[in-house]
Design a protein around this ligand. Structure first.
Ligand SMILES: [Zn+2]
Length: 307
C-alpha cells in the first residue's frame, strides 16, 4: 500500500491508504473508504465487504451471526472513532451523529432529583407487546419517554440507599442526526427471546417544536427549521429474534426517491413500501423497521455535514 497519510484531516482531503506500518487491526477507516470507492468504480452488481469483516473480526464480531442493529452501530462507531487519525474529522463526525441527553431520576421516597449527562448514538425505544396489537405512533412514544414514567432503581444520596425513582430523559440539544432504535426483542417468562410484531408507525417528517418543551433551550436561539427533521433511512429486519436478515431503505437527495438496499439488489421503492416496515402482527417473519434515521433541517437539500 502507498504511503499517503497526511498530518491531519483538512476537510478537503479524505482518508487515504494507510502507511505500511499501520497495523491490520487499525484499518477500518481505510477499508471503509476503499469499499465505497470500489462500490462506485466497479462494473459488477456488487462488491464483497471481505476486508471490513476482517476488521470486525479483530474485535470479536463474527460473520453469519445476528447482531442487534444498535450494538452493530456502536461497535463500528467505536472502532472508527478510535482508529481515525485526524482529531478534526472525529470532532465533525461526533457533531453529526452524537445525541446529547440529560437523565433525571426523582427518588419516590424523598423527591431528591439527580441528573447526569449522557451521550448516545441512538435513542432506544422498547416496543412492548400490546394485548390488542394497537398501533403505536412514534410521536406518542416521544411524549411517553420525555414526559417520563419509567421506574428505575438507583442509589439516592439523601436516603443513603437504593430506592425506586422515576427516570426522565430529555434532549439537551437538538441533534444533527436523530437515530431511533426500535427494539422489538422481548424476553418471555420462559426466558426465550421473542420478536414483537406490533405495528409502530413513523412519519416522514418530525417537528420537535410540537413535542419539546421550548423553554428547555433557553440559552440557544433556534430557528424553526432546526426543529424540523426528515426521515433519511430506515434499517429493517426480517426473521426471528435469533436469526434473520437486514436491509435498508434510504432516500436519495438527488431525486427525492426511496431506494431499498438488500444485499446486492438495489431498487426504487415508494413511501408506501417503506410504510410496510411499520410491523404487522399477522406477518411474523416480515420486514420490520428497527432503526430510523432522521436528519435535521427542512426542505429537500442533503444533510449539511459542516466544515
Ligand atoms: Zn431519596
Amino acid at each position: 500500500m502507498g504511503v499517503e497519510c497526511g498530518s491531519d484531516y483538512n476537510g478537503g482531503v479524505g482518508i487515504r491508504r494507510p502507511d505500511d506500518n499501520v497495523s491490520a487491526e487499525r484499518h477500518l477507516p481505510y477499508e471503509l473508504l476503499a469499499l465505497f470507492e470500489e462500490m462506485q468504480n466497479t462494473k459488477e452488481d456488487a462488491v464483497f465487504p471481505y476486508r471490513i469483516l476482517c476488521c470486525l473480526h479483530t474485535v470479536g464480531m463474527r460473520s453469519f451471526a445476528q447482531y442487534d442493529i444498535a450494538d452493530l452501530f456502536y461497535h463500528i462507531w467505536n472502532l472508527l472513532i478510535e482508529q481515525i487519525p485526524y482529531p478534526s474529522l472525529v470532532k465533525r463526525l461526533r457533531e453529526l451523529y452524537v445525541i446529547r441527553l440529560k437523565e433525571y431520576v426523582t427518588c419516590h421516597k424523598c423527591s431528591h432529583i439527580q441528573s447526569r449527562d449522557l451521550e448516545v448514538l441512538t435513542i432506544p425505544l422498547l416496543v412492548r407487546h400490546s394485548k390488542y396489537h394497537r398501533n403505536l405512533p412514534l410521536v406518542s412514544w416521544y411524549w411517553c419517554i420525555y414526559a417520563g414514567s419509567e421506574d428505575h432503581q438507583s442509589f439516592c444520596p439523601k436516603c443513603e440507599g437504593n430506592t425506586a425513582g422515576q427516570k426522565v430523559l430529555r434532549l439537551s440539544h437538538l441533534p444533527r442526526t436523530l437515530s431511533i432504535h426500535l427494539n422489538r426483542i422481548s424476553q418471555q417468562k420462559s426466558s426465550q427471546l421473542q420478536k414483537v410484531n406490533r405495528p409502530l408507525s413513523f412519519p416522514s417528517t418530525l417537528d420537535l417544536s410540537e413535542v419539546l418543551d421550548l423553554e428547555q433551550f433557553p440559552e440557544q436561539e433556534h430557528n424553526q427549521s432546526e426543529y424540523q427533521y426528515r426521515l433519511f433511512a430506515v434499517v429493517a429486519h426480517s426473521g426471528t429474534a435469533s436469526s434473520g436478515h437486514y436491509c435498508a431503505y434510504i432516500k436519495s437527495w438527488k431525486d427525492q426517491k426511496w431506494y431499498c438496499f438488500n444485499d446486492s439488489s438495489v431498487c426504487k421503492v415508494s413511501w408506501d413500501d417503506v410504510k410496510c416496515t411499520y410491523g404487522n402482527v399477522n406477518f411474523h417473519y416480515g420486514v420490520m423497521a428497527c432503526l430510523l434515521v432522521y436528519i435535521q433541517g427542512a426542505g429537500n437539500k442533503g444533510p449539511d455535514i459542516g466544515k
